[in-house]
Design a protein around this ligand. Sequence first.
Ligand code: T68
Length: 845
Amino acid sequence: SNKYKLKKKHSLIKDLVSPYLSSDYKHLQKNIAYHLEYTLPQTTRNLNLFGTYLATSYTVRDRLLQLSHDTQKYYTEKKVKTACYISIEYLMGRFLQNAVLNLNLEEEYGEALAGLGYGLEDIYDQEQDPALGNGGLGRLAACFLDTLATHNYPAWGYGLRYNYGLFKQSVDVEGDQVEKTDVWLQFPYPFMIENHFIRIPIGFYGSIETYVDQKTKGTRFKWHPSEYVIAQANDILIPGYGTDNTNTLRLWSCRPIQELDFKKFSLGDFKGASEKRLNAENITNVLYPNDNEMAGKELRFKQQYFLVAATLQDIIRRLKEQKRTIYELPDFAAVQLNDTHPTLAIPELLRVLLDEEMLTWDEAWDITQRTFSYTNHTILPEALERWPVKLISHLLPRHMQLIEAINWKFLENFSENNKESGKLRKKLSLIENSRDTLVRMAWLAIVGSHKVNGVSDIHTNILKDKVFKDFHKIYPKKFINVTNGVTPRRWLHACNPKLSELITATLNSNEWIYDLTHLSKLREHADNEEFQLKWAAIKLFNKKKLQKYVKRELKIDIGYKDVVYDIQIKRIHEYKRQLMNIIGSISYYSDLLKMDPKKRKEMPKRVSFIAGKAAPGYFVAKKIIKLINCVSKVINTDPEIGDVFKVIYLPNYSVTLAELLIPATDVSEHISTPGTEASGTSNMKFVLNGGLILGTLDGANLEIMKNSGEENVFAFGITKEKVDQVKQNNIEKGAYNLMDEKMKNAINLIENGTFGNIENYQGLIEELKGVDRYILGHDFAPYMEAMDRVMQTYQKPQKWWKMSILGCAGSGWLSSDRTIKEYAENIWEIKPCPLPKIESEKQLG
Ligand code: T68
């Protein structure tokens, strides 16, 4: 039979390729040479670092392809339930090192490349970061993918392949942020594989046809889009650490239905001939560069629909390929909505089930709710998505109709009879009647999902008690907490190899790499002087690496021995309070200047690093960057200060830069106004690498304090419950009147022009003196006091390193492995499905 022949062909091909993929170093070398010779266009020119990086990457990709084929085949045989993570952003970071480590081929590749005259590190360094995300939300998705593969969960990631990632940032002579397009695809990216077999048509605009279903005599609807584009699949294969399971991240790029309009072309209208192509390509052209803010642009809305429509068709196609019925969808796939950006998946699935599969409303709604779940990442009102009804009706008329139907059926449960329930209906309505009529996407996501989760304890409580209070009353069981986590593979094992080695040697096992709870055994070494010295020596080594980078890139000389490296790295946002940090530096600078020179020289030394991008349209954030740079210039060139204190702004923050900074950090700042940072995830990465936290009672800081011990965190400031009162006082009495004297003095220095023209900072200062929404004035004194504690503690090495070790020892629960286990068990109901070991020669080292 045909089936038999196909099976035979499969095994024939496998037999033919498997010797090719053997992984001793000689073989790898042959494979690299093969790709240099036959895959790249010109061997003579490719015999350089970059060409060798490409060829090496192709050999890794070959191996991943085979593992991925085996994985998909095995999952299909086992009829497993799959998690599908839909996210409009993935902040993956570099791929090559991660893949080589996860495949456990570092030694072999090192040897193979050495034989060709190259160092593995230099080859790794050739790769560009694919910057298809903004910040925490996108990076979380990337950590989840690593964990899902490592722990053998059947899972898919779905996202968009933007032509241009997040902009590249530099700083001009005036200290302003300059944005440049990130053309990451100008060179081949070997780890992304265009899948020519998966091309899916996506409709927009058009009209709705109404007709009577002859069988049921009920009314049915059909959407006739007036425009189509194609969703083209681009696959990135995600290897797990120490396992053969290799999952897929499928990124859609938008193509036109027709590449060129020949009619227009032959009439000489060359521009018109390509118009449709350009319009289509536009959809996946750029990543919107906002973090924690809604960009209310039509093109963004199109991106969102394009992503979910392609993804759902892909999932349903795979379901049907397995000869399963549409009723089985919730047992086939658990679809997670990463924030509200993919919420249109809810009306889209409903449309497919009603208009194409011809299910009844009740059947379709039941399947929809059982399929989806939704993660909220922010409570900032400016970030909660609301889209105009007018815009939705125009672009997706049938979806708007369905959203109205969902709303109507949902509100039916709440009578209109009295004033109270009338008020409640208004609050619960998916459609808001303000100046514009708007759809509240979070409301839609809550109603259409079976589970809604926040990303830290405090954040989930705020969702339940405040932001989604009325929904929580109606569906108390729907809301759960799943605290974020980070992958220990990238964020310790790969980025801090020396610490990784020390931990493995101390615990006598490398099991911690995939079961991080083993770190707790480091506790017994926390007081051990010899161990402390080793631990401290590694920090010093990592600091030296950073010091060299600063010298090379910024031409600034900083010390690293007996100098505290204090770091705040994250997107620039008012709520994250980088402004408080830099005003703190101004204040400290002014204190230093007032000191007796002899005493000043003896002060403990500190370098304060700040890095992070501002959204190009976020005027205030850009002014904060300018202030940081201008302050840095004054302090760093002041001969009175010398090496006692330096302020360094590092441009173009990225995953790769974070991998250099985090292992080199003594203390990191997570100083958001209580109640504003949903979780934060870099705080977790620092603790994992023996960095201490200087932080507010916000987000995951609180849980870190609980698990690593309060005494091992430099915490300061008020609880979130007290914030409203402080804000109220600011409004009533004027923030300036309540402001700390030292902060007033620092602001005075800005105003008298010490850091350049005051006009630049007028807006920043007016806000601080007026309402001060993020209560910097109130928190300034405790912040400075906490920094002082940091500096004092650093003078007592035994105490410091003990804190550092205990922090790390208590960070087992910070692994995204723990997070994903909770998603798998409490939301998705999926189980690990490891490939049998026989299928590969690879063993864990
Ligand atoms: C972050 N959110 C949270 N948003 O700020 C952070 N927003 O506390 C949390 O740890 C992290 O998510 C993971 O849960 C974001 O990063 C965005 O990037 C974003 C992007 C587009 C629109 C709105």
